[in-house]
Ligand binder design. Sequence first.
Ligand SMILES: *Cc1c(COP(=O)(O)O)cnc(C)c1O
Ligand SMILES: [Zn+2]
Length: 454
Amino acid sequence: MPDREGFKGYRAWFECFRGCSGRWALTEIIYRCPRCEGLLTVQHDMERLKKTPPREWKNLFDDRMHTTVWPYGSGVWGKRELVCPVVGDEQVVSMYEGNTNLFWARRLGEEIGLEDLWLKLCGNTHTGSFKDLGMTVLVSVVNQMIHDGVEVPAVACASTGDTSAALAAYAAYAGIPAVVLLPKGKISIPQLVQPLAHGAITLSLETDFDGCMEIVQEIAERDGIYLANSMNSLRIEGQKTVGMEILQQFDWKVPDWIIIPGGNLGNVSALGKGLLDFLELGIIDRLPRIACAQAEHANPLYRSYQSGFETFEPVRAQPTLASAIQIGNPVSIDKAVDTLRRFDGIVEQASEQELADAVAQADRTGLFTCPHTGVALAVLLKLVARGLIRPEHRTVVISTAHGLKFTDFKVRYHSEQLEGIRSTRGNAPIELPADYGKVRDELFRQIERRLGAN
Ligand SMILES: *Cc1c(COP(=O)(O)O)cnc(C)c1O
Ligand SMILES: [Zn+2]
């Protein structure tokens, strides 16, 4: 497959993440290095990109933010030259994802002693999770390939819920058949309903995520179905814009800490890659520290961190409320370890009780977080308590999905029905007869109680 002429002469290609020789076009169907079986990475022509001075890049990105000029209103395609220069305007499949808001967590910050605490609300997007960022790039490249005459019967992924929702939506928008493999009974109803609504071929398998991942890889390898999991590094190129956007939103000032939940570990790698691109182009001159947050029930990276990343052992992931990160054998382990080494990174974990309480605490201050964000928030609390994150540190927590995707978890928490969890901040509905006096008495009792708690 000949390399496509890139947008305005910008070029990018796949190469081996571990450094074996060889380059492949982004429109080629290849997921792993043929020599070492390791993951690929997208390499951009950095010399070409460096010809534009940092100031010009910043102005260009600022000008494009929220524009309606196709496709630049997308937070991802607004950084097209650095993300994916091989897709034509007409072939871009975008829903103007990205450019999600930074939420100043003022009251939550006050409660825990931080003045400068922010949440990047990646769930405020079309399918309700950050997976849109990666999927717009991947589906656009597939759309370009089909346009160029390559035969792609369908795109497919294994998923803990959000990847399949994003793939199904973007594929539906482009008119490309989608296949999603889900672990039966392990994803939320809102997550399941998304691929169903978008007409994806939805397969519910008697296994966990890791089991689904094995099968979808085999289908991709043997049957030519295009693989849309994050081992496909096109996804990483879209997701890497999350860190870039954070910098842009802070007028290019680098925060001290970024905390991000990790499962398959594509997103922490993507976060790092975007920031390193900006460093290399001179757009920023230092890096934040990164903390990757894992659920105690699915913590292979945390265990590896304990050994200084000397060893890595996949684990059998136990059920966790943070279902999207219930992953025992993360595909992007090598990339994640590399990222954490470069960002003076740390890994911390959260128990089920800790993540549930962190969600409840955050929600009481006006947030509405998903359990994975709860894992990151619980880790935040630990790092503050340990004095690693100090009161003046500007800290950003990556909120990965919208809380409305996980209402069942919230309902059960507040009605004290989560097995093994104490609902320390539960707030169940109060049932009363329709009687003015009783309503008034109860109302004032409740107001009193809340004032007393403050
Ligand atoms: C996919 C996902 C994650 C984990 O991202 P990885 O790249 O697999 O580490 C975290 N939170 C939510 C809501 C997700 O959908
Ligand atoms: Zn290799």
